[in-house]
Write a protein that binds this ligand. Sequence first.
Ligand SMILES: C[S@@+](CC[C@H](N)C(=O)[O-])C[C@H]1O[C@@H](n2cnc3c(N)ncnc32)[C@H](O)[C@@H]1O
Length: 306
Amino acid sequence: MDAWNHTTVLLNEAVDSLSGDSFTKPAQTYVDATFGRGGHSRAILSRIDETSRLIAFDKDPEAIAVANAIEDERFSIRHEGFAAISQLEGSSVAGILMDLGVSSPQIDNPARGFSFRAEGPLDMRMDTTRGQSAADFLATAPVEQIAEVIREFGEERFAFQVAKAIDARRQERGAIRTTRELAELVAGAVKTREAGQDPATRTFQALRIFVNAELEELGQALEASLEVLQPGGRLVVISFHSLEDRIVKQFIAKHSRDVVDRRAPFAPAKPMKLRSIGRVFPSSEEVARNPRARSAVMRVAERTQA
Ligand SMILES: C[S@@+](CC[C@H](N)C(=O)[O-])C[C@H]1O[C@@H](n2cnc3c(N)ncnc32)[C@H](O)[C@@H]1O
């Protein structure tokens, strides 16, 4: 294990929900879409039988290195965004788990550039082998696009002021390269203070979501899950902020009702594809043990026969 550990959130709750009762059946396939440091994956492997298998995904090369050390023939890891679950065989999967967002090792390692608390390069890519870093985006994007990203993905009231400050700074002294430089600039542009929250929180969240196309990929993966889950298969998603949770909630709600075609109101309704099972929050004991669990919400749904 590397120096930065990840404490798995909702470990037993997520694995129990993924199972339903399918862990008792042979030859089932499960997906851990967000391997991280493998807390959920190891628990799943400890509970499925010898004929079942677990396919895991992660974008992060450091997560992949940890996964590659798992010696278990039932386990395989793919270095890809989890929208690639669309490539799995249709109706072949008994359960998909997504534990969204960043892992503690990503946030805690200043070299990854996710945290405004520590000085580091302003990177924020989960997959450091490809794509554009946050610094490169802020160096080249038009001011209107920067403002839009910060407003949409950070829900920051002062998005335009922040974007203007970034633009002024790059014209005067060159592009921002580090986390502290950005945090200080944002603190100067955000005029009000929210209790217990650093003024840079929203801007950092926005850039992270944008750089990693997090919401777009979540939408794609949810749609793909409808195709690859077998009837009775479970979808389990743990979110850490309202933008993610809204997408998951609306997706489950949309597919948990029969759909009537408004242009053909007398045609039989298309039957619902999901049955919502419920919502779970971490216990107060878990939050006391692991403060990063405090914003987690887990939603569970089951694929119907349709
Ligand atoms: C909260 S952590 C998961 C922790 C894991 N459940 C554990 O117990 O160790 C999220 C992980 O998912 C990865 N990730 C986030 N979005 C992803 C995506 N769209 N595709 C693939 N991996 C993703 C991140 O790189 C990170 O390693």
